[in-house]
Design a protein around this ligand. Structure first.
Ligand SMILES: *[C@@H]1O[C@H](CO)[C@@H](O)[C@H](O)[C@H]1NC(C)=O
Ligand SMILES: *[C@@H]1O[C@H](CO)[C@@H](O)[C@H](O)[C@H]1NC(C)=O
Ligand SMILES: *[C@@H]1O[C@H](CO)[C@@H](O)[C@H](O)[C@H]1NC(C)=O
Length: 360
């Protein structure tokens, strides 16, 4: 966007210069583009060069304007997780997380066909890969069907971004691990049962310069401080990624910045936060959505004010990214039909949180 804006002045200057020579009196109200357009239309037919120049300028202005526009009705796809053999679920906290920042939640049902999932994604403005407890891979090391569907969407999203469609992904806990194993020969990038980080709040050790990270450069300083100095990140995992695994393979080494790590209860360091170098894709081992929404008494979820502020920053940051995307359904009615509002939400009495349950 910055690059494009820097082109406005030279282009306007060129237009102005060219026009001053021949048609000065016609341009009254530059830099308003309506002014330019009227004057383009009014130009005598025998001035094709000027007309071409002005057309070029207005096109450029349109592009800049589009780049600055904001989609105020974003829809974010959230992947379902297997609930049991027949049913899927989404923890309501993920839904509330995106809704709290002004987005609509749309379930991406992993049991749907590849074709249906890809069709849906092309109408959405962002995707959230949530945590869960289903298997990451099969005994023989191949991807489970759930992980394969995540990979399908990951690749589609990269393709969209390559085509100039800005499409963000936020991946959390297992969703983050699914991305890491998709980006490399997965057997030795995500370690199973190697970490003792169940039900514990940690701090973050920053590993990358704040100004160079898209996310950290927008984060208020007091939240960066709290992340490092207070234990505000809630962890609930025994699988994880060693920092060294990110250096093993080019797709991870060249594709992602390691933003931060944390230490498990045995002092073992694990990857806590990554950011794609090329794409608006983030991966987080901890649970930024839980601070605001999860209240099971036996869980050590931090609810301090600064941890709430951090959660809200993360939700706002992610949803803001999705507002740069202009994908949409054919109609608002069709969009409404896909919203999660149609799915029943119920309390899981054991886990003491709400879940959306999808019929099998
Ligand atoms: C799966 O869970 C749903 C919702 O609680 C339940 O209705 C269904 O009977 C369960 N199916 C199996 C095979 O356990
Ligand atoms: C941050 O975490 C490290 C590793 O667990 C720990 O040694 C350090 O004391 C923590 N810092 C604070 C301020 O809690
Ligand atoms: C954060 O947790 C670490 C490890 O459990 C602990 O050593 C440290 O004292 C905690 N820091 C604060 C500020 O509570």
């Amino acid at each position: 966007m910055r690059l494009k804006s820097s082109m406005v002045l030279p282009i306007l200057a060129l237009v102005l210069l060219t026009v001053t020579e021949c048609q000065a009196s016609r341009i009254q109200d530059l830099p308003s583009d309506t002014g330019i357009r009227e004057n383009v239309d009014n130009l005598p037919k025998n001035e094709p060069t000027i007309k071409r120049l002005l057309d070029g300028a207005t096109e450029e202005i349109d592009k800049i304007r589009e780049g600055n526009q904001i989609n105020e009705r974003p829809m974010i796809g959230i992947f379902t997780q297997p609930y049991n053999e027949t049913n899927d679920y989404i923890m309501a906290s993920y839904v509330k997380f995106v809704e709290s920042a002004g987005a609509r939640a749309v379930p991406i049902v992993w049991r749907d066909s590849d074709e249906d999932i890809l069709d849906l994604v092309q109408n959405l403005n962002g995707a959230l890969f949530p945590g869960g407890s289903t298997a990451l891979r099969n005994e023989d090391g191949s991807l489970t069907e759930h992980s394969r569907k995540i990979e399908l969407v990951l690749n589609k999203v990269k393709e969209l971004n390559d085509q100039g469609v800005y499409f963000p992904i936020l991946s959390i806990c297992m969703g983050f691990q699914e991305i890491v194993q998709s980006e490399a020969p997965y057997k030795d990038t995500v370690e199973l049962n190697k970490f003792d980080s169940m039900n514990v709040a940690n701090n973050l050790t920053l590993k990358y310069s704040i100004e160079d990270s898209k996310l950290f450069s927008e984060m208020p300083q007091h939240l960066i401080n709290a992340l490092q100095n207070e234990n505000i990140t809630y962890n609930h995992h025994h699988d994880g990624v060693y920092p060294s695994a990110l250096n093993k393979y080019p797709a991870l080494r060249e594709g992602y910045y390691l933003l931060g790590t944390s230490y498990d209860l045995n002092g073992v360091e694990y990857v806590a936060f990554i950011e794609s170098k090329e794409y608006p894709i983030w991966g987080i081992q901890f649970h930024p959505e839980m601070n605001i929404f999860i209240w099971k008494p036996t869980l050590e979820v931090p609810h301090s004010q600064v941890s709430i502020d951090f959660s809200q920053f993360m939700a706002n940051f992610f949803v803001k990214q999705s507002k740069k995307n202009f994908n949409k359904f054919d109609s608002e009615e069709e969009a409404f039909d896909h919203m999660i509002e149609h799915i029943p939400v119920e309390l899981n009495p054991l886990k003491k949180h709400e879940v959306y349950i999808f019929p099998g």
